[in-house]
Write a protein that binds this ligand. Structure first.
Ligand SMILES: Cc1cc2nc3c(=O)[nH]c(=O)nc-3n(C[C@H](O)[C@H](O)[C@H](O)COP(=O)(O)OP(=O)(O)OC[C@H]3O[C@@H](n4cnc5c(N)ncnc54)[C@H](O)[C@@H]3O)c2cc1C
Length: 475
C-alpha cells in the first residue's frame, strides 16, 4: 500500500468501525503486536475492533479492494505466532474482542450460539447456567476466544471423551475475504447437503475467512467427578491403565494426563500454592478424572477399585484421590501450571506431537534416548494429553546451562524429534497448536505434495488476493 493511500484507508475504516473501533497510537496497539511466547514482534497500520459481524465483513471488503493484509486475532494465546502481524507495518490487525455476545442458548436442542470474541470461560458459564456442559477446556481458557479456538481447532483436556473443537461445531458464520458474510449458523445435527464448507475454516488459522460466530454442541451438565493423581512406573503402564479405566467406568474417563517427575518438581518450585499430592517421589504420574451427568454414579468407588486392581498387577505404584473440590482444583492447578513453570525455569524447546496411543511409551523411550545422547544441557519434560496420543515433548535448559547455547540446538532437536514422529511413528508434528508462522516450513517438509497443492488451491478460491493472514500456514 502506498503512503498516500494510508490516511484515506484509515478514514474509511474509522467510518466503518465507529467511535473506539480503530486504534492507531503505538501505545494502544502494542499489546496486540507480540505473540504470547514472545517469539514474534510485529507492526500494524492500525488495530480494528469491530463489534458486529457486518463491520468485520465491511472491513474485509475495503482491505480486499486495497490489497491490505488482515491479521485476525482472538485472545492471542496461540503458540505458533498465527495472530501476530509481520514487521512491515503494512498489515491491519483485526481483534475480535468486542464481538462477544452469547446469541442463544437452547437447552432443549443442546446447542449454544456465540460470537467469535467470547472468552472460552464465558461460553462454559453460559452453558452451565442452562444446566448444560460445554466441554472444551484449556489452560488458557480465561483468555482465549471461541473464534481462536475454532480457527486453531483447539484440543485441551477433554478431547478423549468429546473430541476437538471441530467435533463440537454445528454451524459457523464467517466473513469472507471479499466482504460477503457466509451464514451457515445452523444448529442442525444432520445436514448432508453437498460439501461441508464450514469445516474448511476450522483449523485454517484465519487464512480463509474471519469467523464471526459459531453454533456449538452442548452436553448434559456433569454432576459427579472423581479425580486421582496416580504414580505409575512408566508411560507404558499409563496407557494400559487408561484402557482399563475406560472399560471399568463405561466411558466415563474425561481426562487422562501424563507427566514426568520433573514437571511436578518445576511446578512445586515455581508456582505458589502448588504441592505434590503424593509423599514420595516417582518417575511418572497420571492425572485422571471420571465425570458423569448421573448423580447416582459412584465414580469414586469405580476409580478406587480400578486403581487397586491395577496396583495388584504393577500398573500403579501409588495414588491420591481428591476428597473434595478444593483437592481436585489443586491437582488440576499442578497440571495446568506446567507451561508457566517451564517458562519461569528458563529457556525451553517445545514440540506438540501426536502418535498412536499404543506407541507412546516406545516413542518416549526412543526420543528420550536421543535427547540424553545429544542434548547434554537440556532436561526432558514430556507431558500431555496421553489419552489422545498427544505429547508436549519439551526440553528445558538444565540448571547452570548457557541459554543461548541451549536455544541454538533448537533446529537440530526439532528435526530429530519431528522426523522420528512423522517418519517412524506415523505421527503428527503439530497435534493441537496448529501451524501459524512457526511451523510453515515443517508443513512443507512433511505434508504430501498433493495435500499442499490442494491447500494452495483452496486458499486461492477463498482469498484470491492473499489478504488473509499471509505467511501463516502456507507461504
Ligand atoms: C497456558 C496455555 C495453555 C494452552 N493449552 C492448550 C491446550 O491444552 N490445547 C490447545 O489446543 N491449545 C492450547 N493453548 C494454545 C491456545 O490457547 C489455543 O490455540 C487457542 O485456541 C487460541 O485461541 P486465541 O483466541 O488465543 O487465538 P489467537 O492466539 O488470537 O489466534 C490463533 C489463530 O487463530 C486466528 N484467529 C483468531 N480468531 C479468529 C477468528 N475469529 N477468525 C479466524 N481466525 C481467527 C489467528 O489469526 C491465529 O492464526 C494453550 C495456550 C496457553 C497460553
Amino acid at each position: 500500500m502506498s503512503a498516500t493511500a494510508e490516511p484515506a484507508l484509515l478514514d474509511r475504516l474509522e467510518s466503518i468501525l465507529g467511535v473506539g473501533g480503530l486504534l492507531t497510537a503505538a501505545t494502544d496497539m502494542a499489546p496486540f503486536l507480540t505473540d504470547q511466547r514472545g517469539l514474534y514482534h510485529g507492526n500494524a497500520i492500525a488495530v480494528a475492533l469491530p463489534d458486529t459481524a457486518a463491520r468485520v465483513a465491511a472491513v474485509l471488503a475495503v482491505c480486499n479492494a486495497e490489497r491490505v493484509a488482515v491479521i485476525p486475532q482472538g485472545g492471542n494465546t496461540g503458540y505458533c505466532g498465527g495472530a501476530t502481524p509481520d514487521e512491515s507495518g503494512g498489515q491491519l490487525l483485526v481483534s475480535l474482542k468486542r464481538l462477544n455476545r452469547i446469541r442463544a442458548v437452547d437447552a432443549l436442542n443442546y446447542s449454544l450460539t456465540a460470537e467469535a470474541g467470547c472468552i472460552l470461560t464465558d461460553v462454559q458459564r453460559a452453558a452451565e447456567e442452562a444446566n448444560r456442559f460445554f466441554p472444551l477446556s484449556l489452560g488458557s481458557q480465561g483468555t482465549c476466544q471461541i473464534g481462536g479456538n475454532l480457527a486453531t481447532n483447539a484440543g485441551g483436556v477433554h478431547v478423549l471423551r468429546y473430541g476437538m473443537m471441530r467435533d463440537l461445531v454445528l454451524g459457523l458464520e464467517v466473513a469472507l475475504a471479499d466482504g460477503r458474510l457466509l451464514g451457515t449458523l445452523t444448529t442442525l445435527r444432520k445436514d448432508n447437503t453437498g460439501y461441508d464448507i464450514k469445516s474448511l475454516f476450522l483449523g485454517a488459522e484465519g487464512t480463509l475467512g474471519i469467523i464471526t460466530a459459531a453454533s456449538m454442541k452442548l452436553f448434559p451438565r456433569m454432576v459427579g467427578a472423581a479425580t486421582a493423581f496416580v504414580a505409575v512406573p512408566d508411560p507404558h503402564a499409563a496407557v494400559q491403565l487408561l484402557a482399563r479405566l475406560r472399560e471399568a467406568s463405561g466411558e466415563c474417563v474425561s481426562s487422562f494426563e501424563l507427566m514426568p517427575r520433573l514437571a511436578v518438581e518445576l511446578t512445586v518450585r515455581h508456582i505458589p500454592a502448588v504441592r505434590d499430592p503424593l509423599d514420595a517421589a516417582h518417575a511418572w504420574y497420571v492425572l485422571c478424572e471420571l465425570t458423569s451427568a448421573r448423580a447416582a454414579d459412584d465414580l469414586d468407588t469405580t476409580l478406587i477399585e480400578c486403581l487397586e486392581q491395577a496396583r495388584g498387577t504393577g500398573l500403579v505404584v501409588d495414588a491420591a484421590i481428591a476428597r473434595n473440590a478444593s483437592e481436585r482444583a489443586s491437582m488440576w492447578k499442578l497440571r495446568e501450571s506446567i507451561p508457566e513453570a517451564q517458562r519461569r525455569d528458563g529457556a525451553s524447546l517445545k514440540h506438540d506431537v501426536s502418535i498412536p496411543v499404543a506407541a507412546i511409551a516406545q516413542f518416549i523411550e526412543r526420543a528420550g534416548a536421543w535427547v540424553r545422547a545429544n542434548v547434554p544441557d537440556g532436561r526432558l519434560v514430556a507431558y500431555g494429553h496421553v489419552g489422545d496420543g498427544n505429547l508436549h515433548f519439551n526440553l528445558n535448559q538444565a540448571p547452570g546451562a548457557d541459554r543461548a547455547t541451549f536455544l541454538a540446538r533448537g533446529e537440530a532437536v526439532k528435526r530429530a524429534i519431528h522426523d522420528l514422529v512423522v517418519r517412524e511413528f506415523d505421527g503428527s508434528f503439530s497435534a493441537e497448536h496448529g501451524i501459524g508462522r512457526l511451523k510453515v516450513g515443517e508443513l512443507e517438509r512433511y505434508a504430501q505434495p498433493v495435500e499442499l497443492e490442494l491447500m494452495r488451491a483452496i486458499k486461492r478460491v477463498f482469498d484470491p488476493h492473499g489478504i488473509l493472514n499471509p505467511g501463516k500456514v502456507l507461504r
